[in-house]
Design a protein around this ligand. Sequence first.
Ligand SMILES: Cc1cc2nc3c(=O)[nH]c(=O)nc-3n(C[C@H](O)[C@H](O)[C@H](O)COP(=O)(O)OP(=O)(O)OC[C@H]3O[C@@H](n4cnc5c(N)ncnc54)[C@H](O)[C@@H]3O)c2cc1C
Length: 292
Amino acid sequence: MGLQTPVKQTAFPIVWMPETIEEAWEMKKKTVGAVFVAGGTVIQMRREQGVSQATHLISLTNIEQLKMINDGDTLLEIGSLCVLSDCLKASAIKAEVPLLIKAIASIAAPAVRNRGTIGGNVTYRQGDAIPVMVALDADAVIYSDNGYECISVAEYVENLEPSILLAVRFRKEKPTKAKFIYEKVGRREAFTLSLLTIACVVELDGAVLKQIKLAIGGGDMIPQRLTEIENVLTGAPLTEELLTVAYSRFKKAGVICTTPFATEEYVRTVLANIVVSSLEEFMKEEVRYGKD
Ligand SMILES: Cc1cc2nc3c(=O)[nH]c(=O)nc-3n(C[C@H](O)[C@H](O)[C@H](O)COP(=O)(O)OP(=O)(O)OC[C@H]3O[C@@H](n4cnc5c(N)ncnc54)[C@H](O)[C@@H]3O)c2cc1C
């Protein structure tokens, strides 16, 4: 990041303003080295860091259909060009995906949220909203040479094949009695890039962990589901013994990247502490209130 040699920009990039998805894709194919731009916050940040810039930008701003939120009977679809601050106000998102609201509220400061888009957050690949999408099995609607496709957000961010991200799609079926965890751990309390972001959905059947979906991101990590740990916990009674086993598993979890600010050991310990203490709370609530 800060160690890159600044590249002197000799000219401003040429900005293309397509009005349709197909037009935008054709421009991308025809113009070598052209990149899409939505809110431009990441692109601007990279320019300030001295990273070499594209000579052609394809702005998606004029493609109106990418700015829509479709609240259907079974699906909630958020257009990739929806601005983060608008997402925070959208009643459909508040009602259907409160965990996403929590994640978006933790992103940067209002000025960045007023420009940055949900699609840019995903294609940036390190966005704090991604672990929520991965934990909730959300899909990415994309357009490329293969036409229109719908693939999981997890697969999309892992491979990031050339395409336009059109929307993020959440299924509306929600487990009854689901409990949620969302934590972003940074170097300070507010306005900070994440060292670790955790999103987790837990479904309890009495004291049994009927289902757990756990995703992490942050730092340079590609957001990922921790399926090995999910498998250990799913179907097991939530007891002190299980939490002890879970804690030791978390200390070996997933592909965790170090950053200049946090060792792998630190990130694993924080992950274990946050998830296990939240599960402990859920266990105590279950003992306190029993089955509804
Ligand atoms: C000061 C500052 C603080 C920040 N803090 C945070 C933070 O705390 N958490 C966080 O998650 N992010 C943070 N960010 C990163 C960023 O602002 C957000 O992730 C934002 O959502 C990016 O959206 P954008 O529309 O501005 O992306 P852009 O800059 O427009 O694009 C980002 C990347 O995605 C590509 N792209 C954009 N849209 C599409 C699309 N529809 N299809 C295909 N490719 C596309 C672009 O080519 C580019 O490579 C911060 C940025 C700044 C400048």
